[in-house]
Design a protein around this ligand. Structure first.
Ligand code: ADP
Ligand code: MG
Length: 699
């Protein structure tokens, strides 16, 4: 197939600004733009006009259906398709789509998780158009990005609180900018999420019930070769993978997604895709779409794309890096050191606002990335630890130190760091630091939050990050607005904030045990190791207060979200446990039995033929395998009991603790015995493809 021209292809399935500008009447376009840029209320007649154009455009592109596309708390996206057809008097049909249909939909909400928000008699929920994220066509369907709420107005999705958190940050950041004489129309957070994933052969995938049911392997002895040679990272991309990536890029470009870089990752069969950053809300929608399209395109190539955080034990799992910054409508990046001292004072203020936010709300950031899958990565020497800390690099650390101590800064120009805004020295942008072990690293003009799991929606962490930074900025603005001398107060504020929050700053090796000790024992940082440990902190008073004050969540929404996330954790592990039981009872034990039978038969046959044979190999293997089957039996029964016991708890927090303390360790034990048996059993008798086959069969 001849390659299409990329600029022509890009966004061809998106009702984007170019399309709107060229197709909508000028006044309709202006009015819609005002809604998009400044949150102005949307006029009904405007909605009508937009809907009509959207329909014509979509029908011209071959669309037959439309859907409100939303992100319920299941973590995936949801859509319910309606066709455009309406009967016409002549017995035929016409294609219709009204302003009302564009603005609002009413899907039955009763099968989506609500954590008790929606009483069962009130099954209705509604979806509301989010005009800040463009509509697009996917599979002959016009998809309209929407928020999803209950009839009482509570958010049942991830987009609503994300938009609210962006608004909260916008409001507080503008107060600060105002003090610096900047009258920006809006401040938006921007995000570029780097997405890791595995690609494996579909034939292999289909043979593994654990992958099919849970997305990760629950058993599997390590192959002789893993990632130790570091020969995969940035290695030559294999032809099948390359064909997949080419196809994927095209599909993403058509949807207006700025897919930019792609490379092989550390583990065999692991890859990464990074888009160019965009507004957080759009980046979130785009990342959800990217994950969906990756899986779809993989299937076309006879591959399966695994987005699970830890598909294989013993090799690196997959994460997502959330590169985050704040920028004004004129595009000025608030986390970019400026050219003048004045700009740099403003930069330092925003910088310390983030530092304070991360310190004050470590727990919220940690729990925003907590899932059963991600628990396998954090702190496992392949991803940042569960402890949240901030990496600044040497130069910025030096500057902050100098401010804190009223000491000369030994940078390019030796000047005392007196923060009178016009005496602050210029500093170069230090982007050379590459500390991969830090969960939250400053990388020149943005922060990179590295603790996210690959399957996670990026909405969750950005909600918390935006809200926490909004809170720091609010405190700063409250204080600075009252100051009689702005510059003196600014200096004092920055200095105090550094002193108060320097415990969160750490430039060293985040993977080391010494750090864990120091972080917890000396600095008093929190180390919330698992989802069961982290999630209940959502209900801490200080967290609820902050989230409610900035109108990001209502109290009911907070309680329900905690419930849903813990439920999700419990259900995920529960499914994994039951899958293990089934594989052991139906496949592993019978398979080992079969091999034992042939060993026993061989032994007795050989001994009957010759009295000289010792059959050492047969007998020792048989003995160990027989011991292992006994251990496997005991362990599988223990796991079955642990799973059955789960129904005895009436509180989700208790269930999640039992999962952490009882179920997961028993799964681990069971796996150990089965994996040992794998190494002793003939491959032809083993029921499932090995790690070696799964990881090294795509060329
Ligand atoms: P890395 O070395 O981590 O791969 P890159 O420079 O390639 O870093 O950037 C990683 C991601 O950060 C990309 O998605 C990029 O678009 C994004 N990014 C760059 N600038 C910003 C910004 N101001 N705000 C948010 N994301 C950004
Ligand atoms: Mg990165």
């Amino acid at each position: 197939m001849a390659k299409q021209n990329v600029p022509e292809l890009f966004g061809s399935n998106v009702f984007d600004d170019r399309v709107m500008k060229s197709r909508l009447k000028a006044e309709v376009y202006e009015s819609l733009r005002k809604t998009i840029d400044e949150n102005a209320k949307l006029d009904v007649t405007v909605a009508q006009a937009v809907a009509a154009e959207m329909r014509d455009w979509a029908v011209e592109k071959g669309a037959t259906h439309f859907t409100h596309w939303f992100q319920p708390l299941t973590g995936v996206t949801a859509e319910k398709h309606d066709s455009f057809i309406t009967p016409s008097p002549d017995g035929g049909v016409i294609m219709e789509f009204s302003g009302k249909e564009l603005i609002k939909g009413e899907p039955d909400a009763s099968s989506f998780p609500s954590g008790g928000i929606r009483a069962t008699f009130e099954a209705r929920g509604y979806t509301a158009w989010d005009p800040t994220s463009y509509a697009f066509i996917k599979d002959h369907t016009l998809c309209i990005p929407t928020a999803f709420c209950s009839y009482s107005g509570e958010a049942l999705d991830k987009k609503t609180p994300l938009l609210r958190s962006m608004q909260a940050l916008d409001k507080q950041a503008k107060r600060i900018l105002h003090l610096f004489g900047n009258d920006a129309k809006f401040v938006r957070t921007s995000v570029g999420p780097e997405q890791e994933y595995f690609l494996i052969d579909k034939e292999m995938f289909d043979q593994r019930p654990d992958l099919v049911y849970t997305g990760r392997t629950l058993f599997g002895a390590l192959p002789p070769k893993g990632q130790e040679l570091d020969d995969h990272y940035f290695g030559v991309i294999k032809p099948r993978v390359s064909a997949f990536m080419e196809d994927l890029n095209e599909e993403l470009w058509k949807l207006g997604i700025l897919a930019k870089t792609e490379h092989n990752e550390v583990a065999p069969a692991q890859h990464e895709l990074a888009p160019i950053f965009s507004t957080t809300n759009v980046a979130t929608d785009n990342n959800q779409l990217t994950m969906e399209i990756m899986q779809k395109v993989a299937r076309k190539h006879g591959l399966v794309c695994l987005l699970h955080e830890k598909p294989f034990a013993g090799v690196n799992g997959s994460g997502k890096h959330n590169n985050w910054s704040m920028a004004t409508d004129s595009g000025s990046n608030l986390l970019s050191p400026g050219d003048t001292p004045y700009e740099n004072a403003q930069f330092l203020l925003f910088l310390v606002a983030v530092i304070q936010a991360v310190d004050d709300y470590q727990d919220l950031l940690r729990l925003s990335v907590a899932t059963a899958g991600n628990d396998h990565r954090l702190g496992a020497n392949e991803a940042p630890p569960a402890i949240i800390s901030v990496f600044l690099g040497d130069e910025l650390s030096g500057i902050l130190d100098a401010i804190k101590n009223d000491a000369p800064y030994a940078g390019a120009e030796k000047v005392t760091m007196k923060l009178g805004v016009d005496s602050l020295p210029r500093f170069s942008r230090d982007t050379t630091d590459r500390n991969r072990t830090s969960p939250f690293a400053f990388t020149g003009n943005k922060f990179e939050f590295r603790s996210l799991g690959s399957a996670n929606s990026i909405a969750c962490c950005n909600i918390m990050l935006n809200a926490a930074v909004a809170e720091s900025l609010k405190q700063f603005a409250d204080r600075l607005e009252k100051a009689s001398d702005f510059e003196t107060e600014l200096h004092a504020l920055i200095k105090e904030t550094i002193t108060k929050h320097e415990r969160i700053l750490f430039n060293g090796n985040g993977y080391g045990d010494e750090w864990i000790k120091e972080a917890v024992e000396v600095r008093g940082l929190s180390n919330l190791k698992t989802t069961a440990d982290a999630m209940p902190h959502l209900l801490d008073e200080k967290n609820k207060k902050m989230l409610m004050e900035h109108k990001v969540f209502t109290e009911t929404e907070i309680t329900s979200r905690c419930e849903i996330m813990l439920e999700n954790y419990c259900k995920t592990v529960n499914i994994e446990g039951h899958t293990m039981v089934e594989m052991v009872r139906k496949n592993y034990l019978p398979a080992i039995e079969g091999y034992l039978y042939s060993l026993a038969q061989t032994t007795s046959l050989m001994k009957s033929v010759s009295t000289k044979v010792k059959c050492n190999y047969e007998i020792s293997t048989m003995e160990r395998l027989s011991e292992l089957t006994d251990e496997i039996l005991v362990s599988v029964e223990a796991l079955e009991k642990a799973l059955a016991d789960l129904s005895g708890y009436d509180e989700i927090i208790k269930t999640s603790e039992a999962i952490r303390d009882d179920v997961l360790p028993k799964m681990e034990t069971l796996r150990g015995y089965v994996d040992e048996a794998e190494m002793l059993t003939s491959e032809s008798d083993w029921p499932f493809p090995s790690y070696g086959k799964l990881l090294f069969s795509v060329y």
